[in-house]
Ligand binder design. Structure first.
Ligand SMILES: [Zn+2]
Ligand SMILES: [Zn+2]
Length: 247
């Protein structure tokens, strides 16, 4: 049974709990077993360790649904390995992440997403000299197909954002580059302490409070609207800004 789950993870890198449970219940029916997704994932994690892979728990920032992601154990090496990319393409990927996390992109409010039509113009000049529009688009499409970037459609416009895989597997890299020692644009949710790129942001300029939508519900549970204040600056949080690639 663990082979089926391992295959699902290897093929997609990301397995949603709902999908995993569906697979497990079908297999339990066929095999006459009574295994849980957790047990099977434990076996899978044990088996992939020898390939320097690991299964980590994350969650969908919008729905809060648990997701399991197959990652390279050496996070710092992750961008270099297993990506099927050459050095130039990795450089371009890093430049795209720089743009997604730049203070310009995320001011006056967080976005962590950029229109496909604009992204090349926003890249570093040195990178632009080396990559044409067509090449940039080609690499972005490959990054999307391999799960390193996510593509949304907003009013007919294609929007690029970091994927669940990137947020999980490259988390240390993102923190290093864009944390307080870097551009200081890396954000965490004050509710769950996990990475934040989608959710709600305090309206006060410079205030760091961010909450995923589900986490905001928990954070303010039992309080009426007049009492939903930012825990850091005291501003009204009912008017908090929406941070989402589709807004
Ligand atoms: Zn959260
Ligand atoms: Zn605030």
């Amino acid at each position: 049974m663990s082979a089926v789950i391992a295959n699902a993870l290897i093929a997609n890198r990301v397995l949603r709990e709902g999908t995993g449970n569906e697979i497990i219940s079908k297999l339990n029916e066929i095999d006459g077993t009574d295994l849980s997704l957790k047990e099977v994932l434990g076996t899978v994690a044990g088996n992939v360790h020898e390939y320097d892979l690991d299964v980590i728990n994350a969650k969908d920032q919008e729905t809060g649904e648990p997701v399991y992601i197959l990652v390279n154990k050496e996070a710092s090496e992750a961008a270099k390995r297993a990506t099927l990319f050459d050095a130039g393409e990795i450089e371009l990927f890093k430049a795209i992440l720089d743009t997604l996390y730049s203070p310009e992109t995320n001011s006056p409010r967080d976005r962590f997403s950029i229109s496909m039509g604009l992204i090349r113009d926003l890249l570093d000049d040195e990178i632009k000299k080396r990559y044409s529009y067509a090449e940039t688009k080609y690499v972005i499409e490959r990054l999307v197909s391999l799960g390193w970037l996510t593509k949304y459609v907003r009013q007919g416009d294609e929007i690029i954002a970091p994927s669940l895989r990137t947020l999980a597997e490259l988390n240390s890299y993102l923190q290093e580059q864009y944390g307080q020692e870097g551009t200081d644009t890396y954000r965490k949710c004050a509710g769950c302490n996990q990475v934040f790129t989608i959710g709600r942001q305090c309206t006060t300029e410079g205030c760091r409070l961010r909450l995923h939508n589900k986490c905001a519900e928990i954070y303010f549970r039992g309080r009426d609207e007049s009492n939903q204040k930012c825990g850091l600056c005291g501003a009204d949080f009912t008017t908090a800004l929406t941070v989402h690639p589709l807004s």
